[in-house]
Design a protein around this ligand. Structure first.
Ligand SMILES: Cc1cc2nc3c(=O)[nH]c(=O)nc-3n(C[C@H](O)[C@H](O)[C@H](O)COP(=O)(O)OP(=O)(O)OC[C@H]3O[C@@H](n4cnc5c(N)ncnc54)[C@H](O)[C@@H]3O)c2cc1C
Length: 422
C-alpha cells in the first residue's frame, strides 16, 4: 500500500543519520503527539498536554543538543555537511504531528544559527550558552525576537530597509550593551524561552548594515518582561507574546559577531526560517494525505469508495502532485544551505529570494491542500476528530509569519527582476 514514504525525498542529499532520527521522531509522533493533539487547542495557555511531548522530543530524544558543537556537549550537527537536509526531515516529521511543536523546536534552533553553524562558530558564546541546553534534564527553549509593534515585514526586509525601522536599541556602555525596546510575537515567548536572540539597532533610523546588531539575552536578565501568551487560531503548542526590554544589560561579547557580520549571518537565519517553514508545511500535507486517503477509501458514495469518482480523483491527484513537488523543492532548498559552494553564498540576497520563493509556494500549496481536503471530506473536514481542520487552522499562520506572503513576493521580484524600490 502506498504511504507518505512513497513521496519522493531526494536520497542523494540525505545524511546517514536521517533514517535513524526520522524514525525516532515518527515513533514519538505516533505515541506521544497524535493521540493527544486534539487536547492542545484548549491547552494553549497552560501546556499541560504539550509539555510531556516537548520533554520527550527535546530531552529524551535530545533535540535541544542537536546543533551545539560536540566540544560543549552537543551533537555537533552545526559542523555537519548535512545539517540542512537532516533538519528538513526532522521538521517535516514534527510538522506531520503538530506544526506548533515544529515551530517551537525550530525556533529553539533558529537564533543559534548565528553562532553554532560552520563556518561561523562563535566558540566563546557556544561555551557560554550550550550548558543551558546540553546539561539540562528539562526542555530549554530559545526565541528569535525580530517583530516590533510598528511592523515585522520591514524589519526582515533587510535587502530594502537595511534595518532602518528597527526601534529596539542597543547602546554600548563600557563592556555592556544596554537594550531598550518592545518586541511582539516571537515563538517560544509568553514565559517559555530561556534565551533570546534580539534584533537591535545601534543607531536608530540607520539603514547601514553595520548598525544592525544581533544580541543574545538570557530570559532571566533584569529588565526583561514577557507578557501573557496570545490566543491564536491554532498552533497552540507555540506560545507567543509581547516582550519588553528596559535598560537590559548584557556583556559586550553577547553580540553574535559585530558590525556587518550580524546582518550578513542574519540572512542565513532568514533562509533557515523559510526552509523550515516549508518543511512544516510538507509534514502537515503528508498527514492530511494520510487522513484523506483513509476517508476516501472507506467512505462509500453511490455504491463505490469516494476516491473512485472521477471528480474526486482529480482533486486527490492535485493534492498528491502538490505534496510530491513541494517535498522535493523543500529538500532542494535545504541542500543549498548545506552546499553553498555548489549553489550560492548562503548569506546572499539570492539565497534569501530563493528560499522565500520556496516558502511562499509551499505555504500557498499547503493552505490549498488542507482546504481542498476539508472540502472533499464534507462535514468530517471541519470535525475536530479528523484533524484536517487542525492543520487547516495551523498552516495559515505559516503563510503569515516571516513578513507574510507579500515580503516573499517582494524579495523574489527584487532578485529576479532587479526591482529597486521594493
Ligand atoms: C505563529 C506565529 C509565530 C511567529 N513567530 C515569530 C518569531 O519567532 N519571531 C518574530 O520576530 N516574529 C514572529 N512572528 C511574527 C511574524 O513574523 C510577523 O507577524 C510578520 O513578519 C508580519 O509582520 P506584522 O504582523 O508586523 O505585519 P506588518 O509588517 O505590519 O505587515 C502588515 C501586512 O502588510 C503586508 N505588507 C508589509 N509590507 C508590505 C509592502 N511593502 N507591500 C505590500 N504589503 C506589505 C504584510 O505582508 C502584512 O500582510 C510570528 C507570528 C505568528 C503568527
Amino acid at each position: 500500500m502506498t504511504t507518505i514514504d512513497d513521496f519522493t525525498r531526494p536520497k542523494e542529499f540525505l545524511s546517514p543519520l536521517e533514517k535513524y532520527i526520522g524514525g525516532m521522531i515518527r515513533e514519538w509522533a505516533e505515541n506521544d503527539v497524535i493521540p493527544y493533539r486534539r487536547k492542545f487547542n484548549e491547552d494553549w495557555k497552560d501546556h499541560n498536554w504539550v509539555e510531556p511531548a516537548m520533554k520527550k522530543l527535546y530531552v529524551d530524544i535530545g533535540l535541544q543538543k542537536a546543533v551545539w558543537p560536540k566540544e560543549v556537549g552537543g551533537w555537533g550537527l552545526g559542523q555537519s555537511d548535512h545539517v540542512g537536509t537532516l533538519m528538513a526531515r526532522v521538521f517535516e516529521e514534527v510538522g506531520r504531528a503538530d506544526t506548533g511543536i515544529a515551530v517551537a523546536s525550530a525556533v529553539t534552533f533558529w537564533p543559534l544559527i548565528m553562532i553554532a553553524l560552520k563556518p561561523h562558530i562563535n566558540e566563546e558564546l557556544c561555551a557560554e550558552f550550550a550548558p543551558m541546553f546540553c546539561d539540562a534534564d528539562e526542555p530549554r527553549f530559545a526565541a528569535n525576537a525580530m517583530t516590533e509593534p510598528q511592523g515585522g515585514s520591514d524589519i526582515e526586509n533587510m535587502g530594502n530597509m537595511g534595518g532602518k525601522t528597527i526601534t529596539t536599541t542597543a547602546e554600548l556602555d563600557g563592556d555592556e550593551w544596554v537594550i531598550n525596546g518592545h518586541k511582539l510575537w516571537p515563538t517560544n515567548t509568553g514565559g517559555v524561552a530561556d534565551l533570546f536572540g534580539v534584533i537591535c539597532t545601534t543607531k536608530q533610523g540607520s539603514s547601514d548594515e553595520d548598525d544592525f546588531a544581533f544580541i543574545f539575552v538570557p530570559a532571566d536578565t533584569e529588565g526583561v518582561t514577557q507578557g501573557e501568551p496570545y490566543k491564536k487560531a491554532g498552533m497552540a503548542a507555540d506560545k507567543n507574546s509581547d516582550i519588553w526590554f528596559e535598560n537590559v544589560r548584557v556583556p559586550k561579547k553577547y553580540r553574535a559577531w559585530g558590525a556587518g557580520d550580524d546582518a550578513k549571518y542574519f540572512r542565513e537565519v532568514i533562509n533557515w526560517g523559510s526552509m523550515s517553514s516549508a518543511a512544516f508545511c510538507v509534514g502537515a500535507m503528508m498527514n492530511t494525505y494520510e487522513i484523506l486517503k483513509e476517508y476516501c477509501s472507506n467512505k462509500i458514495f453511490r455504491g463505490k469508495p469516494l476516491k473512485e469518482n472521477t471528480a474526486v480523483a482529480a482533486v486527490l491527484s492535485d493534492i498528491a502532485k502538490d505534496i510530491e513537488i513541494c517535498r522535493i523543492a523543500t529538500y532542494q532548498s535545504a541542500r543549498t544551505l548545506d552546499r553553498p559552494e555548489l549553489y550560492w553564498d548562503k548569506w546572499s540576497h539570492e539565497g534569501v529570494a530563493k528560499s522565500r520563493a520556496v516558502k511562499m509556494h509551499v505555504a500557498d500549496k499547503c493552505i490549498e491542500v488542507t482546504n481542498n481536503a476539508a472540502s472533499l471530506m464534507g462535514t468530517y473536514g471541519c470535525d475536530r476528530d479528523w484533524d484536517v481542520e487542525k492543520h487547516w487552522r495551523d498552516v495559515k499562520m505559516i503563510q503569515l509569519w516571516m513578513g507574510g506572503k507579500q515580503l516573499c513576493q517582494m524579495e523574489t521580484a527584487r532578485w529576479f527582476y532587479g526591482c529597486e524600490t521594493l
